[in-house]
Design a protein around this ligand. Structure first.
Ligand SMILES: [Zn+2]
Length: 320
């Protein structure tokens, strides 16, 4: 046993050669696993009034949600205790910088060295794997944060679902049964529509999407909670898979691969907006203004907690 490997088997010479070959290749195709996070919401229509131009960058949205909830809890603005279970996964989701995945690791042939087409295909596949694992990781943490928030919301209602830990279902039911209690976050309909479009274009989700469409006419909070819940079950039951790269789509629909990655981020944005709406209902009637960060001029941001939570996803100078 070699001491400096901590007892782990050492990497074979072949594996080292492969790693060095691929890492050289990656330098020519710079991308990060999280490029699709903001691409999902970038404006493609060019209109100044476009909703995309009003949204916070994706990662900043997570950080703002974290800060708002942390300050609300510290200042005693929230009725329930235990928001650390919401904060932990938000911090994890916001913490991710990049992810490396290498799909060629399982391949023991020499084709990557001998054939440039095989190497290009593998590099494209690896890029999609990085982006897929990135989107999946963010979504998984935000789903955890959403479930924890549902658990803390109106704890005297829908107790059976609470006891069964059917939190996805409980979330949707809260929005259905107590529709008047929740604020209607600005742009929700647009985000829900984008999510629906990406879920359709990314395929594999069709049966579940049909079911949701039959059930809901409006693209509101209950629809959003249901599409997130179905998407979570779809992922948990192994019905999704990383797409091929757009350049290698072999007759698949144009845009399908991109949509399959981007839908993780539009679902994740919806989850954050749902968390915001749920947290508003959790605010104490005595909640005072909070100081929760700094504006662009480094002046302290002091606002009513409700206004903070409802407008978190928007750039500061936008209406909420
Ligand atoms: Zn636009």
């Amino acid at each position: 046993m070699n001491d400096d490997t901590n007892g782990q088997p050492t990497e074979s010479a072949d594996m080292r050669a492969r790693r060095s070959f691929l890492s050289n290749d990656e330098e020519s195709t710079p991308h990060t696993a999280f490029d699709p996070a903001n691409e999902t919401f970038s404006c493609r229509c060019g209109k100044p009034s476009c909703f995309s131009n009003r949204l916070q960058p994706f990662r900043e949205h997570i950080a703002r949600l974290y800060r708002a909830i942390a300050v609300c809890e510290a200042e005693g603005c929230l009725n329930e205790k235990g928001w650390s279970r919401v904060l932990y996964p938000l911090q994890m989701a916001a913490s991710l910088e990049d992810i490396r995945a290498d799909t060629s690791f399982v391949d023991d042939s020499a084709s990557l060295f001998l054939c440039s087409t095989a190497a290009e295909y593998e590099a494209a596949k690896t890029e999609m794997a990085c982006k897929y694992v990135g989107g999946l990781s963010v979504f998984t943490f935000l789903w955890m944060a959403y479930e924890a928030t549902v658990e803390l919301t109106l704890p005297n209602e829908l107790k059976k679902l609470l006891k069964q830990k059917s939190l996805g279902e409980r979330g949707r039911r809260l929005f259905e049964d107590h529709a008047d209690s929740f604020p209607s976050p600005f742009g929700l309909k647009t985000l829900a529509g984008l999510t629906e479009q990406l879920c359709e274009r990314g395929i594999l989700f069709d049966d579940r999407l049909d079911r949701i469409r039959r059930k809901f006419d409006e693209r509101g909070l209950a629809f959003s909670a249901e599409i997130c819940r179905e998407f979570r079950n779809f992922i948990a039951h192994g019905e999704d898979e990383a797409p091929e790269h757009e350049d290698w789509h072999h007759g698949r629909g144009q845009g399908e691969a991109t949509a399959r990655i981007r839908r993780f981020y539009s679902i994740s944005r919806l989850l954050m907006v749902l968390i915001q709406a749920l947290a508003v209902v959790g605010l104490s009637a005595h909640a005072q203004e909070i100081e929760w960060g700094y504006d662009d001029d480094f002046e302290p941001l002091i606002q009513e907690p409700r206004a903070v939570l409802v407008g978190l996803h928007l750039l500061d100078d936008e209406p909420s």
